[in-house]
Design a protein around this ligand. Sequence first.
Ligand code: NDP
Ligand code: BG6
Length: 489
Amino acid sequence: MVARTVPVEAFDLIVFGGTGDLARRKLLPALYHRFAAGQTPGDALIIGAARRRMDGAGYRDFAREALTEFVPESHLKPDLVEGFIAMLDYVPVDAATEAGWAALGRKLKGREARPRAFYLSVAPQFFGQICERIGRGRLVTPETRLVVEKPLGRDLASARALNAQLASHFDEHQIYRIDHYLGKETVQNLMALRFANALFEPLWNANHIDHVQITAAESVGVGERGGYYDQNGAMRDMVQNHLMQLLCLSAMEPPSRFDPDAVRDEKLKVLKALRPIEGAAIDEEIVRGQYEAGPDGPAYREEAGDPESRTECFIALKIGVENWRWAGTPFYLRTGKRLKARHTEIAIRFKDAPHSIFGDSAGALKGNALVITLQPNEGIELRLNIKDPGPGGMRIVSAPLDMSFGSGAGDAFRMPDAYERLLMDVIRGDQTLFMRGDEVEAAWAWIDPIIAGCEEGRAPPAPYAQRAEGPMESHILLHKDGRRWREIA
Ligand code: NDP
Ligand code: BG6
């Protein structure tokens, strides 16, 4: 596969929180990779903005160190690094006061014709003040975009308040809400697979699909983020955003065009069709867990700094989508920390063949499965039943038809990080892979009663061993329905 890049026009990008962890680990490396690939022109301007006193040269040193740490050495070419670094500048700005705003305005003066993106890589409590000051400083041009990161609220009320705050300064078409899962290569491939091939769509419904499994397993624990994480839990941290997006893309109707509103309208319909999980259904359809101490570190509760914590770092859910396409076909979702492996996939399990003509000696005919792996080994696998090769009669075995995107391409091959794609889309002005405000609110509207129900005097999350597949109750969730989770490997 040969990567093809379509260059973007010269742009100005202002990263509030340009000295933070996200900028260092993700944004600067992503921008470097796109520059190195020839996608961004050398006269783009990237301004870091934060309170720390520093000049442009100081920020360029900061960025050089970030690249050394987070870009693989084989991709660090000195002339490219210097070319990239030359595009960087810095302005000390305090989101909460007037300090630095006039200087930022001066840097941007006379550059109104270019695409201009403000990236809010700061805590959400600053979003309102930054938007207010951007507006007051007359920094919003017709070509301005605003990029915001999760958390986009912590419930429906706060998400609505945030949307209203953003809307008082920016039009919806200028707001880019990032869910980095949407920038992952294989997530986009899910749409290509579904809507560029006539093969699957006729089968993509409850008549032919037994169930869908979406797994986002992590081997890492919450580590130093424990205190922060404990205020949120897996439901807010992973399900409300990333897993809901994967569910929407798997379940949505074909949009009429691959354009922002057509795609987002269809995702919204899925969110609105989710069966509420309330009352007794919470015990039936939700499993929550916390990892115990083990070979990879302390127990969740210790890392969270609360020996009584009731916050889940593992969750499994059985979800119903109430429409004609999906009635009767459950979607099972699970995500958790300190599991057996880092593995994210969507598995579409088709129904079993209605009758075996081969007799008992051939063995059971397992339903076909289409598995879309997001990470770590991006690929698509279709499991088919074939004859076990060789003599010995007709024995049927399940074998994969395998399409791997990442492997076999050697050292020089690198799967682009989600932020690379998303940042370029911001500059291009393409919102297709970004969440619209109503989508975020619809996801919270469905999630809120579940969180409230889980907090309502129910048993604490079930303990589970590290390097395993979550609590036993998660397996029981599927066993009750005569199904089983795919192994996390
Ligand atoms: P950090 O705490 O590492 O960085 C925060 C940044 O904000 C620093 O650059 C800090 O610089 C700046 N800042 C703090 N206060 C002000 C202020 N008053 N005015 C201007 N700048 C200020 O956070 P992260 O980089 O980890 O995260 C940033 C945002 O992105 C958060 O909302 C987070 O939830 C979100 N996010 C982060 C991810 C990650 O991987 N890190 C992933 C997804 C989302 P200074 O102190 O010098 O002002
Ligand atoms: C983040 C969550 O949004 O996604 C983290 O806050 C999680 O807790 C991360 O680890 C997972 O992202 P990825 O791309 O590694 O699957």
